[in-house]
Write a protein that binds this ligand. Structure first.
Ligand SMILES: Cc1cc2nc3c(=O)[nH]c(=O)nc-3n(C[C@H](O)[C@H](O)[C@H](O)COP(=O)(O)O)c2cc1C
Ligand code: SF4
Length: 840
């Protein structure tokens, strides 16, 4: 008998025969078994992915004096931190959403990189990537402090005890992602917060923590969050040597420039005294700002730092803290801590810090010109407008239409009949739902050239014809570097202001508008019309989304960041023509009922709509020239009767002057509308009798269109030239006995305010607005006028001759290249305000 080791020919022949007989069933079985195994693996994987829960495990160290958390206590996870303010709380707390809609991918240990932004300006590609931590891990907050006289140490200890505590007793919140009802299994994800540790920066070995994060010695991965609590000392202090260490690490060629990028995150809180070391001189909490800056660089810098929440600041001087909205130092620390906790929870739930803005696009305006051509109307584009009244005429001219049920070649074949929704007949069609006709053309269709170009410039396109973006001044105010001129003149804090337009289309092609090649133009509205509530919801959400992305920008102040989640003002002046939007009054109503003030700028080309406009907080008309020729050259209006329309608008403004705060906005372009035009402007003021005349110098935008129109840097007036013009105009107005005077200035943005004596009360200019009173008057339903909601006297620093820069903000001066960049930013800023834009 042959053994199996036997290699006799008998064995070989038998085996070959057996193989030939059984090979097909055997191979088939193997394939089936493999497939079954693979299917089993896939199901398991799917189950894992669909099910996750964050479970609290016992802290690695004993929580000092704190009761042990209940094993079953569960708090819902914050799905979207700091997105929705809670009305009336003073503090913008997020709405916590208990959600079954939790992140789906939570398995595995691979770190994912998410690309958030791709395009910067002028070809400067700014890619920001964000790490996502996956799988199980614990989160440990390390609180580092420095203190000379002991107060910061006490605050650091308080912070430790308050972090995730309830009633200050140090009880952990428990985080949990509920298991979805449709899950197939119950595999859970283990992520927990460990007891925070407090470290004195002077007592630790800085290299142990600030060259790379500590290594976790346990089995489970630990992600560290650095919370740095530091005082500022003008004189030498331990913070100075700590700062030296951070800088040296960053510059050390042997070490990666961002060796702390594997931290889960960091945030800085500073203590200082603003009475002796004021913010206006850049001294208040200066060291904290520096620590924030260098930590930003060490954790990733331009490629996306690990800043979890903007730098917080506490004023230890009780007297000066009184004037601060955020209260005393302890209050400020508390507010900062609460927001921080939300971000930490978000990190625990998602493994990510959430959306953050690339700091370059935030710091620079990133909104420069674009030469991308839009979709200008061409006379034969097949989009010709026909009023309802003219429909009969069209049919008469095309008898075949009536006879055969056919349509005229251009207007009827592919789309519904174009209707001017701003005309009386169009309004009727609108009431019948024609504006929502799905076959109607969209003004800015998604994915189109205009859409792409505007999106690239930083606009969030809402629906099919509205846009929102945050302006450079909003960003500047968030960083404590000053608000726009509307703060000096009317008390509008830029970080509480939303800039938007419900109509991206305009009927002018102003030479100084750098976007007119991008945004659509037309004399009438015949596109699809989005309902006002959808526009309102969309622009508010878009604005908050952009604010939220400012979280990671160096220097953003925590107090202002949280305040920014309650919009208080709306500048309807971005680009396009807001009164063009058929539901503009409904939109205004939505703003006002949310206690958002409205500053509306129109281009003086739509008298019918202007006359029908409801109450706004302040009504602007752009006055870009003082005579017909000049206006034609500058605004390049599409309407043939532009001058008549312009004149009608002035008359309407005059009629409205006792019910609305009216403003003329003059943009001076040297060589176009300045020389010898003082008398002409005085005539216009005499005609319209506005409450205010704002005068600003044009800012050069450098587009090819501007170049074609002959606009160069030479056309940009110096501030002294604007001053000279304003003084001449003021003199002429006084000579005519019209009762005006120069009230305020904002030299920073080259803007000066002439005001009617109606606002000169008790020997002082009162150009500020009582917004609360404005809303009360509106709700009261009775007639009221501008004098009824005059605010406090214009602050001293804003008065004519004092420059107009709020001393509580930090004035940033730069030299050389940086100064040029700043000038470019200022140019961008004015355009962002919409001042020189298509809205006039
Ligand atoms: C000599 C001296 C210099 C200071 N310089 C500044 C400063 O430049 N900016 C600032 O905001 N606060 C400044 N302060 C205020 C301190 O930062 C503040 O009192 C802080 O709470 C001190 O913290 P500590 O008690 O932990 O040392 C200074 C205080 C002193 C005594
Ligand atoms: S520039 Fe315009 S949009 Fe920006 S803050 Fe000032 S008013 Fe608001």
């Amino acid at each position: 008998m042959a053994s199996i080791t036997d290699d006799s020919p008998v064995f070989s022949a038998e085996f070959v025969e057996l193989w030939h007989t059984l090979r097909f069933p055997l191979l088939f079985s193997a394939v089936v078994a493999l497939a079954a195994y693979k299917i089993h693996r896939s199901i398991k994987q799917l189950q894992k992915e669909e099910t996750a829960s964050l479970q609290m495990i016992k802290p690695a160290q004993k929580w000092s004096g704190a009761p042990v958390p209940p094993a079953s206590g569960v708090l819902p996870v914050v799905k979207e931190a700091i997105a929705h303010p809670v009305e009336g709380s003073g503090l913008r707390r997020p709405v916590r959403v208990a959600s079954a809609n939790f992140p789906k991918r939570v398995t595995g240990n691979k770190t994912k990189k998410l690309s958030l932004m791709r395009r910067g300006k002028g070809g400067l590609v700014s890619e920001q990537e964000q790490e996502r931590e996956e799988g199980d891990f614990d989160i440990q907050a390390l609180i580092f402090y420095s203190s000379l006289t002991g107060s910061t140490q006490q605050y650091a200890e308080k912070l430790k005890n308050a972090l995730f505590s309830t009633n200050g007793e140090g009880v952990y919140s428990r985080l949990s992602i509920p298991t979805p009802s449709n899950s197939l299994s119950s595999v859970s994800l283990q992520r927990s917060f460990l007891t925070p540790e407090v470290h004195n920066l002077e007592e630790i070995e800085l290299d142990d923590y600030f060259i790379s994060p500590p290594k976790s010695d346990g089995e489970k991965k630990v992600k560290y969050i650095y919370l740095l609590v530091v005082p500022t000392y003008e004189t030498d202090s331990p913070v100075a040597s700590f700062l030296d260490h951070l800088q040296e690490t960053h510059h050390d060629f042997r070490i990666d420039t961002a060796p702390l990028r594997s931290l889960a995150g960091f945030s800085v809180f500073g203590f200082g005294d603003s009475s002796e070391w004021p913010a206006s001189e850049g001294k208040f909490c200066k060291d904290a700002m520096e620590v924030d800056k260098w930590m930003g660089r060490l954790t990733g810098g331009k490629k996306g730092s690990r800043r979890m929440f903007p730098v917080g600041m506490g004023d230890v001087n009780p007297a000066s803290a009184k004037g601060r909205e955020e209260g005393n130092a302890a209050d400020s620390l508390d507010k900062w801590r609460i927001h921080l906790e939300d971000t930490m929870r978000e990190y625990a739930a998602t493994g990510q810090l959430g959306d953050v803005t690339d700091w370059r696009t935030a710091v620079e305006s990133g909104d420069e010109d674009s030469d991308i051509e839009g979709e200008p109307d061409t006379p034969n584009s097949g989009d010709e407008m026909v009023d309802m009244e003219d429909l009969g005429g069209v049919i008469k001219k095309n008898p075949d239409v009536a006879k055969k049920g056919d349509v005229p070649r251009k207007s009827f074949r592919t789309a519904p009949l174009p209707v001017d929704f701003t005309s009386p007949a169009g309004k009727k069609a609108l009431e019948n739902g024609e504006g929502q006709n799905p076959d109607r053309k969209e003004m800015v269709p998604k994915g189109g050239v205009t859409y792409e170009a505007l999106t690239k410039q930083g606009y969030t396109i809402v629906g099919s014809h509205s846009g929102v973006k945050i302006c450079r001044w909003t960003k500047s105010a968030l960083r404590g570097r000053g608000s726009c001129y509307k703060y000096s003149f009317y008390g509008i804090k830029s970080h509480l202001c939303m800039e938007t337009t419900p109509s991206l289309s305009c009927s002018n092609k102003c030479v100084f508008c750098w976007r007119h090649g991008t945004n659509p133009v037309g004399t009438t509205w015949r596109w699809k019309v989005d309902p006002a509530d959808e526009v309102f919801k969309g622009v508010v959400e878009g604005h908050y989304r952009k604010i939220k992305m400012m979280k990671g920008v160096p220097g953003v102040r925590a107090d202002r960041f949280s305040e920014a989640f309650k919009i208080r003002h709306c500048a309807l002046s971005l680009v396009g023509e807001p009164v063009f939007y058929p539901y503009i009054n409904e939109f205004l109503h939505l703003l006002h009922s949310s206690k958002i003030s409205s500053f509306l700028v129109c281009n003086a080309q739509h008298p019918t709509q202007l006359a029908a406009l409801g109450h706004v907080t302040q009504l602007y008309v752009s006055i870009d020239a003082s005579n017909r020729d000049s206006l034609k050259k500058i605004d390049r209006p599409l309407h043939r009767d532009f001058w008549e329309r312009f004149q009608s608008c002035l008359e309407i403004l005059r009629e409205k002057r006792n019910t609305q705060r009216t403003v003329f906005r003059l943009t001076l372009v040297k060589g176009f509308n300045v020389d010898d035009e003082v008398m002409g402007y005085a005539d216009l003021v005499e005609k319209g009798l506005p409450g205010f005349v704002e005068v600003k110098g044009v800012t050069y935008c450098g587009t090819s269109t501007a170049g074609e129109a002959g606009l160069t840097m030479k056309n940009v007036p110096f501030y002294e030239e604007v001053v000279e013009f304003v003084e001449a105009l003021n003199k002429e107005l006084q000579r005519r006995g019209l009762g005006y005077g120069i009230a305020a200035e904002h030299a920073h943005s080259c803007c000066i305010l002439i005001a009617s004596n109606r606002f000169f009360i008790n020997g002082k200019w009162h150009t500020h607005i009582d917004y609360k009173r404005f809303f009360e008057l509106l709700e009261g339903g009775k007639e009221f006028g501008p004098e009824d909601y005059v605010g406090e006297a214009t602050p001293e620093w804003a008065n004519w001759g004092n420059g107009g820069f709020d001393p509580s903000d930090v004035r940033v001066h730069r030299k050389g290249k940086a100064a040029k960049k700043l000038r470019d930013e200022a140019a961008a800023a004015a355009e962002l305000e919409g001042e020189g834009g298509g809205c006039g």
